[in-house]
Ligand binder design. Structure first.
Ligand code: SF4
Ligand code: SF4
Length: 317
């Protein structure tokens, strides 16, 4: 299925614009009411678990690898396809649908086999969340990610019979029931990175190295941990012992740390990231040596040129 076709059907993660034809044109708040219920008795049960694009966040991948008891690289290979996030050049992954029936590999007639660890996008459905500063995320530091500062919208697809059910809730109650609050908290800095990248538009591009780092940190924490502890990282950055201990042992801490690292390296956001003074001095020294060498080279080139001129003058050319 092509990217274009799939974008018309996407369990929304980033906001309303990826699924415009099914969005009910009304901005809801946490207190807005919604009539909806999804359960095995609905005629359409699991109809929304196929022919759809489900982007995975780093926290989704972390939870799913734990649930399935497999390492991230195996999970990525078996269950995902690479994609780009929010029409940017930032690489991410989406669930790989079955070749034959285009259904999610985790769905059975009895429902979702990973329900308690299902991805964020599945939890949002059919209530999406978006920012009041639609399309204008120029400075993400100013953009709050608190649910109170967001608006919500309904994705209403013809096949979804959940809207005909009698159960009524507020958006707040629905979100609590779906367990999205923890997900919002876990995903917010990562979503912020993507939205910030998006706000830069096509005039700025990420280097291949930056893209590789973003992908590695977003999808494979074991790999990212090796990068931290088996490279010159700890010699380069000033990190307190408490942080080092936390990210060595705790995957969620490591994930949250990776978002800060990406913000610092991709967008120059400092967020407590400091290069060690001796590293800065060594870099300054290296640059100075390079500058001195370059000045010396220019002087030599100039002298050769002048000597050549003199020689030509003497030879009367
Ligand atoms: S992960 Fe579960 S809820 Fe989400 S599409 Fe797959 S089967 Fe459905
Ligand atoms: S289509 Fe709607 S009611 Fe049917 S299973 Fe999906 S969310 Fe539930």
């Amino acid at each position: 299925m092509s990217e274009n076709k799939m974008s018309a059907k996407e369990k929304t993660l980033f906001g309303p614009e990826r699924n415009p034809s099914n969005i009910v044109p009304e901005k809801l708040t946490l207190d807005s009411r919604l009539k909806f219920r999804c359960h095995p008795g609905v005629a359409c049960f699991t109809a929304c678990c196929g022919g759809i694009k489900i982007i995975l966040t780093p926290y989704d991948i972390l939870q799913l690898t734990k649930r399935l008891g497999i390492p991230a690289h195996e999970f990525l290979h078996t269950y995902t396809h690479p994609t780009y996030l929010e029409q940017t050049d930032m690489p991410g992954v989406m669930i790989k649908l079955n070749e034959d029936d285009k259904k999610c590999p985790f769905v059975t007639p009895a429902g979702c086999t990973i329900y308690t660890d299902r991805p964020t996008a599945c939890r949002y459905y059919p209530v999406g969340m978006a920012d009041f500063h639609e399309g204008g995320v120029r400075d993400s530091e100013e953009v709050s990610t608190a649910a109170e500062d967001k608006f919500f919208f309904i994705v209403r697809e013809d096949h979804c019979k959940g809207f005909l059910e009698d159960k009524e809730w507020t958006v707040r109650e629905w979100r609590a029931d779906q367990g999205v609050d923890v997900r919002d908290e876990m995903n917010k800095e990562w979503l912020r990175l993507v939205m910030r990248r998006k706000s830069f538009g096509h005039q700025a591009t990420l280097s291949d190295q930056a893209k590789r780092m973003f992908f590695m940190a977003s999808t494979d924490l074991a790999h990212f941990r090796r990068f931290i502890f088996e490279s010159s990282f700890l010699e380069t950055y000033e990190l307190d012992q408490e942080t080092i201990d936390k990210i060595r042992e705790d995957d969620v801490e490591l994930m949250l740390f990776s978002f800060k690292y990406l913000a610092a390296t991709l967008f120059g956001a400092q967020q407590g990231f400091k290069i060690k003074e001796e590293k800065i001095q060594a870099k300054v020294k290296e640059i100075k040596i390079r500058q001195d060498e370059s000045v010396e080279k220019s002087v030599q080139e100039y002298e050769v040129l002048m000597a050549d001129r003199e020689r030509q003058k003497k030879e009367g050319k």
